[in-house]
Ligand binder design. Sequence first.
Ligand code: DCM
Length: 150
Amino acid sequence: LALKVLQARAEAVSARSRELVGAKVVVAAAIVRDGLLLAQRRGHPERLAGGWELPGGRVEPGEDDRAAVARECVEELGAEVVAGEQIGPDIPLRADHLLRVYRAELVAGEPRALDHPEVRWIGSDELDNLNWLAADRVVLPALHDLLDPP
Ligand code: DCM
């Protein structure tokens, strides 16, 4: 009986680690220009509409995180960025997804809201006033440091 219990436990632990290893990654870009951060207001899906986020989206199978940041910025903003350092921790999203935020440097194009209703350049004084998505809120301290280096 003890052996069966141990085997069941081992199975549960390995199922959990498969889950963690298999977590799908969503990336987002922290684009800063002249001391301002680019934020985007979501129009879809319904449950996220009206929430503010850093632009981004799902990493495709086999795709590098930073390549996904660049692709998403072209798709959503019509702008080219180069992704740099990760900012803040890996942030759990619902189910088996996690969010990673990367600092991103704008290299070409003027960001426009192509996929969502609005993009806005915000200063550190406005950072805490936006209705951020819960996951993005986690990186607010790191974003403050980015806009107003300590
Ligand atoms: N997401 C998030 N914060 C971001 C970008 C995305 O919480 N800065 C979430 C919203 C979606 C999922 O990740 O649930 C996939 O994003 P998208 O729909 O933009 O591909």
